[in-house]
Ligand binder design. Structure first.
Ligand code: ADP
Ligand code: MG
Length: 307
């Protein structure tokens, strides 16, 4: 649904995006995750035909950017950080205004507006001025506004960046609910937690794609499986025995914890536990070490910057 081939964009001397190869499938929620200044907005602006491409190609909903821009505009919706609504118009009149702007046929405008007001839980407040709505409500309305013409692809550029945690959750839940409509969603964010919660697949991006996969794949790609054995006391015998086992890739010691990287922890943990006990160790508890996407991200982005 979104394909790019060695996409590049320069601003004078500065290269904002380079060698970008994306392939986002229909119905996918794709998280485009990167720090400020990574080139996320630049990418979305190229994909929605707002700025030109310096090099490479891009296809959105089967149309090539720069060749079939009118078709692309028909098939895409864009939401930026700023909701862009008229505060002194009602929710209904805002949607009405945008329905006309996006050339939703007059005969179905009312139906479309009501469909989205209903999805937003705003049907009863449709005549209230938008200025009275909470920030979260406004941003949901901005998303609805971008969907009135039923685009196949929705670009969301940091839709929760200026919202408090509660409003962000309201907006995130709404984005997740759009998945049922089989819409392709391209979500730019610098918020790891957000990407992990709602995206099927994440591309970690900083000028170019650094790594890509589902949240779970990204975590296991970067870190092996690690198990933490909490002991009452660690002795040298335990450590040297652990290190001699061929299925153990790494052993780290942190206080009374042994952090052990094991290829098949489910198979091998009982053996390790027996060995520790036989060497005089007392195990307090054993847990799986969980990595957050944050660790993955910082490892990748930091690694990239240092290299
Ligand atoms: N119109 C522009 N003219 C010059 N430089 C720009 C322009 N737009 C973006 N940039 C630069 O391109 C880089 C990427 O910006 P942007 O795409 O906005 O990143 P992000 O959305 O990931 O924060 C930044 O260094 C930014 O300063
Ligand atoms: Mg941006």
């Amino acid at each position: 649904m979104i394909v790019t081939e060695n996409l590049k964009r320069d601003f004078g001397e500065l290269t904002a995006v380079e060698n970008l190869n994306l392939n986002v499938s229909e119905g996918e929620i794709y998280g485009f995750l990167g720090p400020n200044g990574a080139g996320k907005t630049t990418t979305v602006r190229m994909l929605s035909c707002l700025i030109s491409i310096t090099e490479g190609k891009a296809f959105v909903a089967g149309n090539e950017v720069g060749k079939n821009n009118t078709e692309i505009r028909k098939n895409t919706g864009l939401v930026t950080e700023n909701p862009g609504l008229y505060e002194n118009l009602s929710a209904y009149m805002n949607l009405k205004f945008y329905a006309s702007l996006y050339e939703v046929p007059y005969s179905i405008q009312k139906k479309q507006i009501e469909k989205y007001l209903d999805m937003l839980g705003l049907s009863e407040r449709k005549n209230e001025l938008v200025g009275k709505f909470s920030k979260g409500m406004k941003q949901k309305l901005a998303i609805a506004k971008a969907l009135l013409h039923e685009p196949k692809v929705l670009f969301l550029d940091e839709p929760t960046a200026s919202l408090d945690p509660e409003a962000s959750k309201i907006v995130r839940d709404f984005i997740s609910s759009l998945k049922e409509e089989k819409r392709t969603i391209f979500l730019c964010t610098h918020n790891l937690d957000e990407a992990e919660k709602i995206c099927d697949r994440i591309g970690i991006f900083n000028k170019t794609l650094i790594e890509e996969g589902s949240p779970a794949e990204l975590k296991s790609k970067l870190f092996g499986q690690k198990v933490v054995f909490y002991l009452k006391k660690i002795n040298d015998d335990i450590i040297s025995q652990l290190k001699s086992l061929n299925y153990i890739n790494d052993v780290k010691i942190s206080g009374n914890q042994l952090i052990v990287e094991i290829e098949k922890p489910k198979e091998k943990n009982p053996e390790i536990i027996r060995m520790i006990v036989n060497s005089g160790g007392e195990i307090v508890y054993v847990t799986k070490l969980k990595h957050s996407l944050e660790e993955v991200y910082f490892n990748l982005v930091k690694g990239k910057n240092n290299g």
